[in-house]
Ligand binder design. Structure first.
Ligand code: ADP
Length: 267
């Protein structure tokens, strides 16, 4: 069992990812796919006159401030356009994919964080009305029910809070929690870069391997949202996942290439 997370940044080739996944699925390999949609969400939010607002925490993590309106736009894109676009591609390739959000059946569940500490103009402010959280529980029974019946689950944020409210969660860390809960053999975090770069954006500075017991020290190389991937990788290996690979989803056969060791391999 392999968990594949494909991001939502510009340049990702979803046709290539789906074609590769479908070929491997038809050879008998089992997957759960988790996807993002940040680039398209930003575009749609701008078009709807509610531009995205990103905040940086005092510890340097960047996240989307998700008020109710942003959450609804987020759902339109992640659960609508992105999720159904991927399911349609897989269906056309003969794979019976089922697209669900983390809300459905509480596949992803966690605590709702209503406020966020953000650094703005050098000062720390507390912003309220945020719909975010972190995945703490995964409904593996539902995922296994689908897999056992021959369906390929295609999952996306948001998650459900314990009160049943939709919360925006980081897709990389959700995929890591899922990989741990499923005792996955590998977690692939595919994006629009060759892997973790020592000197971002120099693609020649790819870090080919990271020892599993030292992932957190590589956080220093990651800026912005890449930090969440490194954190997700650390959580996955600490939870017993044997291999986490940061791979390139821009062309070729992204899943096969990552499984063959292209990218940054954490093991
Ligand atoms: P996705 O939505 O595809 O999951 P993110 O945008 O969340 O991807 O994170 C990947 C982005 O992180 C890359 O496009 C790149 O701009 C940025 N990044 C920051 N630091 C690094 C680094 N050291 N190596 C690779 N990418 C990095």
């Amino acid at each position: 069992m392999i968990v594949v997370k494909v991001g939502g940044s510009a340049g990702i080739d979803y046709d290539a990812v789906c074609a590769d996944l479908a070929a491997l699925w038809q050879q008998g390999q089992r997957f759960v796919l988790v996807h993002g949609g940040s680039g398209e969400t930003n575009r749609v939010a701008e078009a709807l006159g509610h531009p995205p607002r990103f905040v940086t925490s005092p510890s340097g993590y960047t996240s989307r401030f998700t008020d109710r309106e942003t959450l609804e736009i987020f759902e339109m894109v992640y659960c609508g356009k992105m999720n159904k676009g991927i399911v349609e591609r897989l269906q056309r390739l003969g794979v019976n994919a089922v697209g669900l959000s983390g809300l459905d059946g509480r596949i992803f569940e966690g605590k709702h964080k209503d406020s966020v500490r953000a650094v703005e103009n050098g000062k720390v402010k507390v912003l309220r009305g945020d719909h975010t959280g972190t995945v703490e529980r995964v409904n593996v029974e539902l995922v296994n029910l689908l897999l056992g019946a021959g369906y390929l689950p295609v999952l996306t944020p948001p998650a459900a809070s314990y009160e049943g409210i939709a919360i925006n969660v980081d897709g990389d860390r959700a995929a890591a929690a899922l990989a741990v809960a499923l005792s996955a053999d590998a977690l692939l975090l595919l994006s629009n870069v060759p892997g973790l770069l020592r000197n971002y954006p120099d693609e020649g500075s790819l870090i080919p391997a990271i020892p599993a017991n030292d992932v957190e020290s590589y956080l220093d190389f990651a800026q912005d949202r890449m930090k969440k991937k490194v954190l997700g990788a650390a959580e996955a290996v600490q939870g017993g996942v044997k291999r986490v690979i940061f791979g390139d989803a821009r062309a070729g056969q992204p899943v096969s290439a990552a499984l063959a060791g292209a990218g940054t391999v954490v093991s």
